[in-house]
Design a protein around this ligand. Structure first.
Ligand SMILES: Nc1ncnc2c1ncn2[C@@H]1O[C@H](COP(=O)(O)OP(=O)(O)O)[C@@H](O)[C@H]1O
Ligand SMILES: [Mg+2]
Length: 365
């Protein structure tokens, strides 16, 4: 019998690390965060994405009460942070590491001494500090640079120092606010790989704030989308990519997935449809524009050619790509399908039954 079954399915619960309950944050008349509820699971990398000004930083700062919410509660591993005394809160904050866009290193301290700082503040001895800092230097790949000053290392190396410093007190949670936004794409990738490694090797829960869907795509398990202080959509990253519900989400995904049709394609399509209408030839069938999104096995299996064969359609691939999200293949294709209305309907029904997300795009032309 499977471990979870003896209590019945209803008893299987995923352990929660952070519970954000009805959190609202006002600054004067500005409601930066509005009634947000979110549960972040133990051991996951949870992304929060949104455009600039959406309220991401404000929300993440409520997680360690750098912002005390106007209303609502923050539970960290079951403990209500909003109910703690100042002393208890200082203690609880050690369980939360944080990294920032601009690293926030002390320029007068070496790499080693920057990482050692939180341990010094916690009153550790020199020997205890060395015992902690040396393996952290190793973990982030900076052992050889430990005596350098921040001005003598690159941006990516500075962020590695930031990460090691954030881990010094063995936190339960790492908060990352745009930690890769000041870095070039290659360095971003290496920092995200490091965060993934830390997540997997240490089992650390990571909450990652970003305005870049690429970052979410590479590292996150689940994602919440924020807009105007509210969470407008959330779910498994793959599901959100497959079927974004909100216009803002679609636009953010459009940055990394060929989601919207390029202008030139739309213009050619318009011309083609106008011509077909002028000719009014019923034997030619009608054109329909679709977007197909498919994941996992749908990418490998020839569902598309099968649909074409079964229903005697013409498929013209206009635009698209096959990508990988969280180790799973993900495809997004814009297709012009030509055939009788009945065959088109049947083909789309068939594709949907095979797990392909089918969306009519006729509104774009
Ligand atoms: N300390 C503050 N005082 C007043 N307004 C603030 C403060 N912090 C943030 N805001 C406002 O709250 C909104 C959300 O900001 P922020 O959380 O920084 O967004 P994001 O991180 O998503 O770009 C913005 O309109 C911003 O101007
Ligand atoms: Mg921000």
């Amino acid at each position: 019998m499977a471990a979870g079954r003896k209590h019945g399915p209803a008893a299987i619960s995923i352990p929660i690390m952070i519970e954000i309950q009805a959190v609202t944050q006002r600054f004067g008349s500005v409601e930066a965060v509005r009634n947000v509820d979110l549960s972040i699971r133990k051991g996951e990398v949870f992304g929060i994405i949104g455009r600039s000004g959406a309220g991401k930083s404000t929300l993440v700062r409520t997680l360690n009460l750098l912002n005390r919410p106007t209303s609502g509660r923050i539970l960290l591993d079951g403990q209500d942070l909003t109910a703690l005394s100042a002393q208890q809160l200082r203690e609880a904050r050690r369980g939360i590491g944080m990294i920032f866009q601009h690293f926030n290193l002390l320029s007068s301290r070496t790499v080693y001494d920057n990482i050692a700082l939180p341990l010094e503040l916690a009153g550790k001895s020199k020997a205890e500090i060395a015992q902690k800092v040396e393996p952290l230097l190793e973990l982030v790949g900076l052992s050889a640079l430990k005596d350098r000053y921040p001005a003598q290392i690159s941006g990516g190396q500075k962020q590695r120092v930031g990460i090691a410093r954030a881990l010094a007190n063995d936190p339960k949670v790492l908060l990352s606010d745009e930690a890769t936004s000041a870095l070039d794409p290659e360095t971003t990738r290496s920092i995200l790989e490091l965060l993934r490694k830390i997540n997997q090797e240490l089992g650390l829960t990571i909450v990652l704030i970003t305005h870049q869907m690429e970052v979410i795509k590479v590292i996150c398990d689940r994602v919440a989308v924020m807009e105007a202080g509210q969470v407008i959509e959330q779910g498994e990253v793959l599901d959100v990519f497959r079927q974004p519900k909100h216009e803002v989400t679609r636009a953010l995904i459009g940055d990394v997935i060929a989601h919207e049709l390029p202008k030139g394609v739309v213009e050619r399509l318009r011309a083609r449809l106008a011509k077909a209408e002028a000719e009014n030839d019923a034997t030619k069938g009608t054109d329909h524009l679709f977007r197909f999104a498919f994941t996992g096995s749908g990418v490998d299996q020839p569902h598309l050619s099968e649909a074409v064969r079964r229903y005697s359609l013409d498929f013209n691939i206009l635009h698209g790509q096959i990508d990988e999200i969280q180790g799973q293949a993900f495809g997004s294709l814009a297709i012009l399908a030509n055939g009788t209305q009945e065959n088109i309907n049947n083909a789309m029904q068939y594709l949907r039954s095979q797990g392909v997300v089918v969306e009519e795009l006729n509104h774009v032309i």
